[in-house]
Design a protein around this ligand. Structure first.
Ligand SMILES: Cc1cc2nc3c(=O)[nH]c(=O)nc-3n(C[C@H](O)[C@H](O)[C@H](O)COP(=O)(O)OP(=O)(O)OC[C@H]3O[C@@H](n4cnc5c(N)ncnc54)[C@H](O)[C@@H]3O)c2cc1C
Length: 560
């Protein structure tokens, strides 16, 4: 919409931020520090976005924390690693930009916004050791436990806590307590004490700590307020139109820029169909993430770009919901533990179950010959040992499965008949898998060979391969899996190294910035390492703020 005169503005700010995930909160902090008057508008009644639901990892090569831990790493090494796994889908200048500016932004928020970062100990890169310049440890970062009481009672209740757990222990504490396989008594007690005193970790701690930085700066925040439209004056983005919870519409001026950090399109079925290229995609983040970023920027001529990004296997416990929406849980941990496999309707395995990206990419394959999805639908098949030994989402080891979660049978062939999985195929596949367990080596898909999977999802008390265990003890169970979006969208708005949105001629749209999942993944390409989604949000917000304030980062050009 074109604005005719200034009388239409109800409020005036320098920098208006849409969305309160890591991209928005980081941008707001930096913009304030660079002298701008900032407003955050957040569609949901609470701040935090998908970020608060996340595991809260960041991934930064050559970061300042490595030095004191005696780890030798450089931004150049991180770049070569990222460039290799991007498979050519990346814009190299943007990959470099990530590698150079992420360590700077990380240090900036530590020094100026009291972000208490720590390294996550001994956590290898996804593709360590096979990809050159991968490292066994030193690039994963998380926040120290953060007391939500420092937010004051209003914001404490209005800053999201992820509904599926992981919000009370750091990654190091969870691993020391037994990891995905179990949590010992000490870890359970610590988690309970932190819940009682509202000390947050992982994504919930990250959001709360960033919000604290925003509140310290007295940034204006309007929750339950959605950006509906970008307003244009003389071909420049001049502000936004917002609608509050009461349905009131007003125009807010943004003298120096608008930052769209509204996430992806997780809860928008049609967008998932068009952009992820798959029907029936589910979502693990908050239901306010519906593709508004793309819609807002697209309406003023921003260029959209698509990069392959797999969805993640997930499941739902019938009846579970969060704020009125069905609650989807990620299955990555569940699938990597021993005594279970993932099969398609032929009863065949199709990927390394201990690495969700292998499953996610493989699940989406279409067989043009039969015009079916080769691997959809798919199921996690497990035996009684699995359920007796390990937790399954919120269900403790040895606990009873809720009604409707799984199909159960005393033989694999009966399980096949109940589910529609080919019974003979399933029996043969389980026998083949059990033979791999006996040798400790999965010759079909290399399950448990990847150090990252062993650390993340292995049973560390087992000898041998920590991700393998036989499927031999009835009853047998099959849990239907779905593909779930975790905010990291295939399609986003193309941006340059200052987070400026680009038009279809690759020209910056004046005063329009994007960060986080609203920004196309052209820095990562088809590669990913957990932590990079949060890191690019933080870095993109920081760079946008500096550019809008008239002091753009020169680091990329100084180093290149
Ligand atoms: C279970 C889970 C675990 C994950 N773990 C990790 C991890 O460990 N490390 C990692 O890097 N990534 C992880 N991710 C992904 C990561 O959390 C997200 O990619 C990232 O946090 C997204 O940040 P963002 O800045 O793009 O915005 P989001 O956090 O997606 O927030 C966007 C915000 O914009 C708001 N909004 C939307 N539309 C409007 C509008 N019109 N007006 C105003 N506000 C609007 C939304 O309500 C939302 O609050 C995980 C995701 C999930 C679901």
């Amino acid at each position: 919409m074109r604005m005719k005169d200034s009388q239409d503005w109800r409020d005036e700010f320098d920098f208006v931020v849409i969305g309160s995930g890591i991209g928005g909160l980081s941008g707001a902090i930096a913009a304030t520090d660079w002298g701008l008057k900032v407003l955050i508008v957040e569609k949901s009644p609470s701040v935090g976005g998908v970020t608060a639901f996340s595991a809260g990892q960041l991934w930064v090569g050559g970061n300042f924390l490595q030095e004191s831990s005696g780890i030798h790493d450089t931004t150049a090494k991180a770049y070569h690693y990222m460039d290799r796994i991007a498979l050519g889908y990346n814009v190299r200048q943007l990959t470099k930009n990530y590698c150079i500016n992420a360590p700077i932004a990380l240090k900036y928020f530590a020094d100026h916004a009291s972000m208490r970062w720590k390294l996550i100990d001994d956590w290898p890169d996804y593709y360590f050791p096979e990809v050159p310049h991968s490292v066994p440890s030193g690039r994963y970062i998380e926040v120290e436990p953060f007391s939500a009481h420092t937010l004051g009672s209003f914001w404490r209740s209005n800053c999201q806590v992820g509904p599926t757990g992981g919000g009370r222990l750091t990654h190091d504490e969870a691993r020391r307590g037994g990891g995905a396989a179990r949590q010992d008594k000490e870890a359970q007690q610590l988690s309970a004490a932190r819940t009682a005193s509202d000390v947050r970790t992982q994504g919930s701690g990250l959001s709360a700590a960033l919000l604290h930085g925003v509140l310290e700066r007295h940034v204006a925040i309007r929750t339950a307020t959605a950006a509906e439209q970008l307003l244009v004056q003389d071909r420049v983005i001049a502000g936004i139109r917002v609608r509050d919870a009461g349905g009131n519409v007003s125009n807010v001026r943004a003298r120096r820029g608008v930052l769209i950090a509204a996430g992806g399109y997780d809860w928008n079925g049609l967008a998932n169909l068009s952009y992820a290229g798959l029907p029936n995609v589910k979502a693990a983040g908050p239901s306010s993430v519906t593709g508004d970023g793309i819609a807002l920027a697209g309406a003023v001529g921003a260029q959209l770009a698509r990069i392959p990004s797999p969805l993640v296997p997930g499941f739902r416990i019938v009846g579970e919901s969060y704020r009125g929406q069905p609650l989807w849980r990620l299955a990555a941990g569940l699938l990597g533990l021993p005594h279970s496999i993932v099969v398609n309707r032929q009863g065949r395995r199709f990927a390394d179950e201990s690495f969700y990206r292998s499953l996610g990419f493989a699940a989406a394959i279409i067989d043009g010959g039969s015009q079916t999805f080769t691997n959809l639908p798919f199921w996690a098949v497990m035996d009684a040992q699995r359920l007796a030994r390990y937790p399954l989402g919120p269900i403790a080891a040895g606990g009873v499965l809720p009604e409707g979660l799984a199909m159960e049978a005393n033989s694999l062939s009966e399980l096949g008949r109940q589910t529609g999985i080919d019974p003979v195929g399933l029996e043969l596949e389980v026998a083949r898998y059990n033979a791999f367990v006996a040798t400790g080596s999965d010759d079909d898909f290399g399950r448990g060979a990847r150090p990252w999977s062993r650390v993340s999802y292995g049973d560390h008390q087992r000898g041998g391969n920590p991700n393998l265990g036989t499927i031999t003890e009835p009853p047998y169970f099959a849990i239907p899996m779905e593909l779930v979006s975790i905010g990291i969208s295939s399609v986003g708005v193309a941006a340059d190294e200052h987070s400026r949105a680009l038009d279809y001629r690759d020209r910056p749209i004046e005063n329009l910035y994007v960060a986080g999942n609203t920004m196309a993944l052209r820095d990562l390409g088809a590669g990913y390492n957990s932590g990079q989604a949060n890191t690019r949000g933080m870095t993109g917000g920081y760079l946008a703020a500096r550019h809008a304030a008239g002091d753009p980062s020169r680091a990329l050009h100084d180093v290149s």
